[in-house]
Design a protein around this ligand. Structure first.
Ligand code: PHE
Ligand code: NA
Length: 451
């Protein structure tokens, strides 16, 4: 048997996990689901879910991965027995579905990145003025409409999948660890700079109050939609519920303090999402868009092109911004394809490059309809995070919380020491409250999806 790969450096694991977590979920998805959820009310529920559900759940995936040193299917088979390998199969399917549309969206970022080389965003927007006037819609929205489907979208989806497959085919050490060290600091610096700039906009105040001061009435009235949407976003953004963190922890040779790593990963991810909101909502309100929920999948593109069109040196900033996000998306996409690939390598004995190419090719094809009509984006995205992610997380929590709790606590204590009552507290947290929230979210999510 071939020696299983491990991370090349001590920080390899944490970098790759942050690289997986930080992606389109923070910068593309977070602002528009927050808008759809009514702003601050959504933000509050989302933050609560990240801390109270996301944190215990990320530890669950870590211990399962490090304990078994297997891909999700093999890991669950080893821990739970035969029937559990079907749960692992759910993870694999989820990865297929998410990556298929993720790649299309990432392709849009590459497209917008390239626009930065072709001159100012103001001049690009001017090119859409006629259609916009006719349709009575903002030029930035028209531009997004034109670029998000059709030949452009198809081409950049193709390019992005080729890149993703290439990195995964090269393997863990050479491929995944590199990109992250540059990307995460770059995103933070850019977003902080843009948040400071957004602060100076005329209607920034309205944006902040929409984003930051929750009306509790909104939560009470809309809980049936808020709950599954916030849970879905929390899991999506932390790369939970589909075995990424299991797979990445499976390459851990050493006993790291997993709770510390969990806090670091969640801290970066949540901070970056939060910062994105501080940029997007002031821009929206200052551009006269007072119903940010209507922006949908185009929200970030529409608000950012508007922003880059109005500030000096905007095309350089835009180029930097869209480019960095594209790289962030790549490190997340890599993690998605890695799960699927690791499964085929471990369980079917296929060579790495063949596994990456085969699985990546099928995923690529699944994404092609999205480049044709964004209706498929809603369908795939809604099904993946409203249903599949929650279902996967739920079943995993049952396994670890109720069937193998002792093993789980032992594994968590490696690298930390005796946890005493905290170990039991963690197990009870996932056994009851986490489980309940997941069950309710899944039920509401399914109802919502079927409608
Ligand atoms: N967490 C990634 C993001 O926020 C998306 C992702 C989801 C990656 C699930 C892997 C698994 O963009
Ligand atoms: Na994320």
């Amino acid at each position: 048997m071939v020696q299983r790969e491990t991370w090349a450096t001590r920080t390899g694991f944490i970098l790759a996990a942050v690289g997986s977590a930080v992606g389109l979920g923070n910068i593309w998805r977070f602002p528009f689901v927050t808008g759809e959820g009514g702003g601050a009310a959504f933000l509050l529920v989302y933050l609560l879910f990240v801390a109270l559900i996301g944190f215990p759940a990320i530890l669950v995936e870590f211990v399962v991965g490090r304990r078994t040193e297997r891909n999700p299917v093999g890991a669950l088979l080893e821990l739970g027995g035969d029937a559990w390998k079907y749960v692992g199969a759910i993870f694999i399917v989820t990865g297929f579905v998410i990556l298929s549309f993720y790649s299309v969206v990432a392709g849009w970022f590459i497209r917008y990145f390239l626009e930065g080389f072709r001159g100012s965003y103001a001049s690009h927007l001017a090119g859409y003025e006629d259609i916009a006037a006719e349709a009575g819609e903002p030029t930035a929205a028209i531009m997004f409409g034109e670029l998000s489907t059709g030949l452009d979208a198809f081409f950049f989806h193709t390019l992005f999948m080729v890149l993703t497959i290439g990195v995964v085919a090269l393997g863990i050490r050479r491929g995944i660890e590199l990109a992250v060290k540059v990307m995460v600091p770059a995103i933070i610096v850019l977003l902080v700079g843009m948040a400071v700039w957004a602060f100076t906009l005329p209607d920034a105040g309205a944006g902040y109050s929409y984003y930051l001061s929750p009306e509790f009435g909104v939560i009470v009235d809309n809980w049936a939609e808020l709950l599954p949407a916030a849970a879905g976003q929390a899991f999506f953004t932390l790369s939970l519920g589909m075995g990424v963190m299991i797979t990445y922890a499976s390459y851990l040779g050493e006993d790291r303090n997993l709770t510390k790593d969990g806090v670091t990963i969640i801290g970066f991810d949540t901070g970056i999402a939060f910062l994105t909101g501080l940029v997007v909502f002031p821009v929206f309100f200052s551009a006269g868009i007072t119903e940010p929920g209507d922006g949908g999948a185009g929200a970030i593109f529409i608000s950012m092109t508007d922003a880059f069109a109005t500030i000096g040196g905007g095309h350089l900033l835009g180029l930097l911004f869209f480019g960095t996000v594209a790289i962030a998306a790549l490190s997340s996409a890599i993690s998605l394809l890695e799960v699927v690939t690791a499964y085929v390598i471990d369980e079917k004995g296929v060579e790495r490059w063949k596994a990456a190419l085969g699985m990546g090719g099928i995923i690529y094809l699944l994404g092609v309809p999205v480049t044709y009509d964004l209706i498929f984006l809603d369908l795939l995205d809604g099904f993946a995070d409203g249903v599949l992610l929650i279902l996967g997380a739920l079943l995993l929590v049952i396994l670890v919380g109720w069937i193998t709790p002792k093993l789980a606590v032992q594994e968590l204590e490696k690298g930390i020491g005796d946890l005493g009552g905290l170990g039991a507290a963690w197990i009870w947290a996932i056994r009851v409250p986490v489980l309940l929230v997941l069950v309710v979210s899944l039920y509401l999510g399914v109802v919502d999806y079927v409608e």
